[in-house]
Design a protein around this ligand. Structure first.
Ligand SMILES: [Zn+2]
Ligand SMILES: [Zn+2]
Length: 393
């Protein structure tokens, strides 16, 4: 925390000096004074014992919010160019056979050539709130040349990205607003065109839900377990009371006024049970909020595989990138759900590569159809197509 605050304040033009024990002496310019609520000269303390005259700074309170104000939109968008060793995949056919698994189509490698691509890596903050709370961050990356969402490849790149660019040999870093020329990007590098906003948002809307679901799966599993336990207890308690009231009622003659009273008691227990169960359901209902945090544009060289996919008499050519830093071929995304699941099937009409569920029968008429060909509704009966994922409508 002390290191972070010192770096941030220096970056914003403050004079910062470390003082003992675990503190900083700061001479801050007016904007920093305003955002942080500090005087021109101030002392900050971070440890158990504060330096004389210092105010305590920590994760508690609203300090993080004030730092966010100091940062403003800085860092929300960055661009980095990564260089990579000029190695090509050793056995392209083998690599392709491993990564591309098509259950109802054949494919053939037409060629491999060096190319450049840009990835957009979007970081999101996910907060799930119910009777418990879970915060996590999720990174979604898209290869703008092939449209792939190579989760595994980008995860493998993370260590290279986290390393400060100056200390990591072979990596060139450049902030977009920093300007200047970048030594590693050759003038003739052909980069894929940027996507327009609608196309990118459309893909994000499809790709996020399944990934959030799997990221939250352990949390949701815990919630379900506790909900089931609480619901079982609730049921057992009211069931006993109800049974007891009915037993007393049935032991009395039909015209006895006390019998009617016991029956009413049993009904009231039933009502109370249903109301408590509703409360419990509300208590465990989970609200998931997704907030975009930052985007990194990553430019780097790859090896581009051109692959012909064949099914029956139709064929289609697709491109897949092999990433030399991750040393891995990026699987195509499912053209319906955008999930990374395998295997894939090819549809009859357009040879869309999709997960098996995307070619499943219509929920209404039972006829199978391709959701990538018909994203809105079933071509036979017109019934609407539900979203690929359940938690976020
Ligand atoms: Zn239908
Ligand atoms: Zn299709």
């Amino acid at each position: 925390m002390q290191g972070f605050v010192a770096d941030l304040l220096r970056h914003e033009g403050a004079l910062v000096e470390a003082i003992e024990p675990e503190g900083l002496e700061v001479l801050a310019p007016p904007p920093v004074q305003q955002a942080l609520g500090l005087g021109e000269m101030s002392r900050l303390g971070f440890g158990g014992t504060l330096p004389p005259g210092a105010q305590r700074m920590g994760l508690e309170g609203d300090w993080l919010g004030r730092f966010a104000q100091v940062l403003g939109p800085q860092g929300r968008w960055t661009r980095r160019v990564l260089s990579a060793p000029p190695r090509a995949p050793g056995d392209p056919e083998g690599v392709l056979g491993q990564e591309l698994v098509l259950d109802n189509a054949t494919f053939r490698l037409l060629g491999v050539s060096p190319a450049w691509t840009r990835y957009l890596m979007l970081d999101f903050r996910i907060s799930a709130v119910s009777d418990d709370k879970r915060d996590l961050t999720l990174r979604l990356g898209v290869n703008l040349a092939t449209g792939a969402l190579p989760d595994a490849v980008l995860a493998a790149l993370a260590p290279a990205l986290d390393a400060p660019s100056l200390d990591a040999p072979g990596l060139g870093g450049e902030a977009l607003d920093g300007g200047g020329t970048n030594p590693v990007l050759p003038d003739d590098a052909a980069l894929p065109a940027p996507w327009d906003r609608a196309r990118l948002l459309g893909l994000v809307a499809r790709a996020l839900p399944t990934r959030i679901e799997s990221a939250l799966a352990p949390f949701v599993k815990g919630l379900r377990r506790r909900f089931t336990r609480d619901a079982d207890r609730l049921h057992a308690y009211h069931n006993d009371l109800h049974r007891e009231a009915m037993r007393r009622a049935l032991a009395l003659p039909g015209d006895d006024v006390r019998r009617r009273r016991e029956e009413q008691r049993a009904e009231a227990i039933g009502r109370e049970y249903r109301a408590k169960l509703d409360d419990l359901t509300r208590q465990y209902a989970t609200r998931v909020a997704v907030e975009w945090v930052q985007t990194l544009e990553l430019v780097m060289p790859v090896h581009r595989f051109t692959v012909q996919v064949r099914r029956r008499k139709a064929d289609r050519t697709i491109q897949l990138d092999w990433n030399p830093l991750a040393r891995r071929l990026e699987a195509p995304r499912c053209e319906w759900s955008a999930s990374a699941e395998r295997p894939r099937l090819a549809c009859d009409d357009a040879l869309h590569l999709v997960v098996p569920a995307a070619l499943g029968p219509c929920q209404n008429c039972g006829r199978p159809f391709c959701r990538a060909c018909h994203p809105e509704c079933c071509p036979k009966c017109g019934a609407g197509v539900p979203l690929a994922s359940g938690i976020m409508g």
